[in-house]
Write a protein that binds this ligand. Structure first.
Ligand code: HEM
Length: 406
C-alpha cells in the first residue's frame, strides 16, 4: 500500500479502517496530511501524547489556522457559537474543576449500584424480543438501554426519545473530520432545539430538586461560582450525548464481532463470569471512538525509523485510538478477537490521561449486561440479512443488524 494513505473519504476506509491504520503505522507512523495535520498510529506515541501536559485539548483556541478554506470556515463557525466549552475541550485548571464536580457519580462503586436496574431493563427488552422471535440490534437493545440509563442518572424525561436521538446523532456529526459546513449548520440547528429543551428541564428541576445528578449539578451552580449556567448546560449535553451515542455502538459492535467469531461467543456462554474482561477485548477489537485530537503547545518530537520528526506548536495531531488498539507492538496478533487476552484492559478505547472517559465504568457495565444477557439467553442467536454501518469515522458503529433466534 502507498505511503500516504490516510484518506478518510475513501469508502473502503470507512468500511474497514484497520488495514489502512496498519499500513500507516508500518510505513509512516507520524503521518503529515495534505491539510497540515499529523496522524499518529503507534500505541506508544498515542499514549504519550494523550498523557503529556505539553498538549492542549482546546483546538479552537490553540490550533494554528488551517491552509484549507473549508477547515478555516468550519473553525470560524465553531468559534462564533455562544455558550461554554465542554469539559472535553478544556485544559486545566477549568478541566480539573469541572471533572471534580462529577467524578463521584461515576466511581466504580456508584456505577455498580445501577446493576439491578440495568439488568431489569435488559431483561424486559429481551422478554419482548423472545415473544417476537428476534430483534433489531440497535433499535431494540443497543439504543434503548444506554438512553434509559443516562436519563435515569440525570432524571431526564424520556417522552422525547426520538427527537433526542436525532439531535444527538446530528450533534456528533461535528466530531467527524469529514464534516461539511452544511453538517455544522445542521448541528447548530439541533443545538437550537436541544438547549431550550434542556433549559426548561433545568428550570423545572430547580423548583423540584431530587437526588439525581442533574439536581446536584444545579445545586453547585446555585451555590456559587464553581459552575456557571453555560457550563452546566454544556455538561448535561455532553453527558447526555456521550452517555448514549457511544455505548450504543459498543453494544452494537460487540454483538457483531461475537457473531462473526462463534468460538469466542462460546467462551462467553460457557464462562459468563469473565464478562468484564471480555468487554475490554471488544473495546480493543472494534471500539466506538476511533480517534481524537490534541494540539502541542511546544515543539514535540517523535522517533521514527527514518529519524526524529518534530511537530510544531499549534499543529493538530490526530491520535487514532483504533490504530493503537491494533498495534502488534502492544497486542499480539492484534486483528484476532481473543476474549482471554491477558492485556486487553490496556486498550485506548477510552483514551488516556486527564480526559480518560469519565463514563468508562458505566459503559462497560451496560455492555457487559446487555451483550452477556443477549448471547447467553438465546443460544441460537443469528443475524438475518446484511449488516449496515453508520457512515462515520470518529464514532464507528453498526447502524442496523436484524437478529433472530431459530
Ligand atoms: C463505550 C462507550 C464510550 C466510549 C468508547 C467513550 C470514549 C471516550 C473517549 C475516547 C473520551 C476521551 C476523548 C479525548 O480524550 O479526547 C471520552 C471522554 C468522556 N466521556 Fe466517554 N465514552 C463512552 C461512554 C461514555 C459514557 C457512558 C459517559 C457518561 C455517561 C461518557 C462521558 C464522557 C465524558 C464526560 C468525557 C470527557 C472527560 C474529560 O474531558 O475529562 N462516556 N469518552
Amino acid at each position: 500500500m502507498n505511503k500516504a494513505v490516510f484518506n478518510p473519504f475513501d469508502p473502503a476506509f470507512r468500511a474497514d479502517p484497520y488495514p489502512f491504520y496498519e499500513a500507516l503505522r508500518e510505513h509512516d507512523p507520524v503521518h503529515h496530511t495534505p491539510l497540515g495535520t499529523i496522524v499518529l498510529t503507534r500505541y506508544e506515541d498515542i499514549g504519550w501524547t494523550l498523557r503529556s501536559s505539553d498538549f492542549s485539548r482546546d483546538i479552537e483556541a490553540n490550533a494554528k489556522e488551517s491552509t484549507d478554506p473549508t477547515m478555516r470556515a468550519k473553525r470560524e463557525r465553531r468559534r462564533s457559537r455562544s455558550g461554554a466549552k465542554s469539559i472535553l475541550n478544556l485544559d486545566p485548571p477549568d478541566h480539573t474543576r469541572l471533572r471534580r464536580l462529577v467524578s463521584k457519580a461515576f466511581t466504580p462503586t456508584s456505577i455498580e449500584r445501577l446493576r439491578p436496574r440495568i439488568q431489569s431493563l435488559v431483561d424486559s427488552a429481551l422478554d419482548k424480543a423472545a415473544r417476537q422471535g428476534g430483534l433489531e440490534l440497535i433499535d431494540d437493545i443497543a439504543f434503548p438501554i444506554p438512553f434509559q440509563v443516562i436519563s435515569d442518572l440525570l432524571d431526564m424525561p424520556t417522552d422525547r426519545a426520538d427527537e433526542l436521538r436525532d439531535w444527538s446523532q446530528v450533534i456528533t456529526l461535528a466530531l467527524e473530520p469529514t464534516s461539511t459546513l452544511e453538517d455544522l449548520e445542521r448541528t447548530d440547528a439541533a443545538f437550537a432545539e436541544l438547549i431550550p429543551y434542556l433549559l426548561r428541564v433545568i428550570e423545572d428541576r430547580r423548583r423540584h430538586p431530587g437526588d439525581d445528578l442533574l439536581s446536584s449539578l444545579i445545586a453547585v451552580e446555585e451555590n456559587g461560582d464553581t459552575l456557571s449556567i453555560e457550563e452546566l448546560i454544556s455538561f448535561v449535553v455532553l453527558l447526555y450525548i456521550a452517555g448514549h451515542e457511544t455505548t450504543v455502538n459498543l453494544i452494537g459492535n460487540s454483538v457483531n464481532a461475537l457473531l462473526a467469531h462463534p468460538d469466542q461467543l462460546e467462551i462467553w456462554r460457557q464462562n459468563p463470569e469473565g464478562a468484564n474482561g471480555y468487554v475490554d477485548e471488544l473495546l480493543r477489537f472494534d471500539g466506538p471512538v476511533q480517534q481524537t485530537v490534541r494540539v502541542p503547545m511546544v515543539p514535540v518530537t517523535y522517533e521514527t525509523a527514518s529519524g526524529p520528526v518534530t511537530v510544531e506548536p499549534g499543529t493538530v495531531v490526530t491520535t487514532v485510538l483504533g490504530a493503537a488498539n491494533h498495534d502488534p507492538a502492544m497486542f499480539e496478533t492484534p486483528h484476532r478477537l481473543d476474549l482471554t487476552r491477558s492485556n486487553a484492559s490496556r486498550h485506548m478505547a477510552f483514551a488516556a490521561g486527564i480526559h480518560y472517559c469519565l463514563g468508562s465504568n458505566l459503559a462497560k457495565l451496560e455492555a457487559e449486561i446487555a451483550v452477556g444477557s443477549l448471547v447467553t439467553r438465546f443460544p441460537t442467536l443469528q443475524p438475518v440479512g446484511e449488516i449496515t454501518w453508520r457512515d462515520r469515522l470518529t464514532i464507528r458503529g453498526v447502524d442496523h443488524l436484524q437478529l433472530e433466534f431459530r
